[in-house]
Unconditional design. Structure first.
Length: 190
């Protein structure tokens, strides 16, 4: 590294002490004693300096961020007010986005409802038309006129024949089950 950091406090601080200690004040002939503004001293010069006493360290309490904010001209109340305003703006933006989402969902639901209602109306109209056409087509006088136009006529008594079937040979018993023995007996009697 080549350089060691040393700070020098001036008489303005009120202590009149240097961070080099009392030994540095006694050695006014050393090269570093005449130059009070140095923050860094070469390592070779720092090794030549002898410290009789331990260096004095003074702690100055600070305000940290509050001091920086006040130094920049922003008070703590204004900073708090800015934070509260930012939170309120974020909350309002979230509420607005939720409202827009709900409104768009309601609008799409209303459009779907209208489409379904129009489909229902079309189906009802088609059902009514089908009922009318079915009642027209099922009219007996229309059917008779269409059959006459095609050359069809109702059967007369001379056009009918009766078919006489022989008696059934399959027999059942009292429980309703088929009876083989009775069926064979009927077949034998014919």
């Amino acid at each position: 590294m080549g350089a060691t950091s040393y700070t020098h406090s001036t008489a303005r601080s009120g202590t009149g002490r240097s961070s080099f200690g009392r030994a540095a004040q006694r050695r006014s002939s050393s090269p570093a004693a005449g130059y009070r503004g140095a923050r860094y001293v070469p390592t070779s010069l720092a090794e030549q300096l002898a410290f009789d006493d331990e260096p004095s360290i003074s702690v100055v309490p600070g305000a940290g961020r509050r001091a920086q904010a006040q130094a920049e001209g922003i008070s703590a109340a204004a900073l708090s007010l800015a934070k509260v305003c930012a939170v309120v703006c974020i909350v309002i933006a979230l509420i607005a986005m939720a409202r827009v989402a709900i409104t768009s969902a309601a609008a799409s639901c209303a459009l779907e409802t209208r489409a379904i209602e129009s489909n229902i109306e079309a189906a009802r109209a088609q059902g009514n038309d089908l009922e009318v056409s079915q009642s027209v087509l099922a009219n007996p006088s229309r059917i008779k006129a269409q059959a006459t136009a095609l050359g069809m006529a109702a059967p007369t008594s001379d056009m009918t024949d009766q078919i006489v079937l022989p008696p059934d040979i399959v027999a059942t018993d009292g429980a309703g089950s088929l009876s083989l023995s009775e069926s064979v007996a009927r077949l034998a009697s014919q």
